[in-house]
Design a protein around this ligand. Sequence first.
Ligand code: SAH
Length: 233
Amino acid sequence: MMFRATVLTLYPDMFPGALGLSLAGRALEAGTWVLEAVQIRDFATDRHRTVDDTPAGGGAGMVMRADVLARAIDHASPEGDPRPRLLMSPRGKPLTQERVRELAAGPGAVILCGRFEGVDQRVIEARGLEEVSIGDFILSGGEPAALVLLDAVVRLLPGVMGNEASGDEESFENGLLEHPHYTRPQEWESRSIPEVLTSGNHKKIAAWRRAEAERLTAERRPDLLAQPPKRAT
Ligand code: SAH
């Protein structure tokens, strides 16, 4: 089963962008996943190919039209398409590694990128869009958020990370931030690598890493410790 991503956007040239390089880019070339960028404007029907209009009730900015977006969605994701339909949105549920894993295990995603003030609420409801946020800040458009989401998903697809572990020890995978890393040279600017890491004692090393992960998490993200771990550790 191949992961198929369809991105609905006013800026299809932003794709694959960074996802055309490195791990994701090689996987794209290898056919491990497919990325299709659909120009929303192609689904406008008036002479000026209008995709937005002024907000009902007044106020600043413009709102993306429900009818145009629905045509784009119905074209990209006809009835029976098993893929979830996501809307990148600062109002959405914050993206987590857990949701990323679920998406990576599925058939793909249809991703709508907002622009302007956002999209007409009716299309969100009528097409069952799942709003997803990448953090508590405002981007100028959903495209960078879609790139972030896809980057996180694609690296988990089978074969993409190659020799690296499946990411099981990574931050968030066990409900903790990751331990610090070191590599040669052994001494740099009078700073040495912690002795335990060069001891060759794998049990001690594992214990040190676990303790460091717990210390960092308590210090920086106590909210993570308050939650039950998402996966067995
Ligand atoms: N007026 C909106 C922000 C619009 S920003 C509000 O206050 O909620 C324009 C578009 O950028 C949004 O429609 C969304 O698609 C995208 N976007 C902005 N910030 C985002 C975030 N943190 N996560 C995901 N998408 C975001």
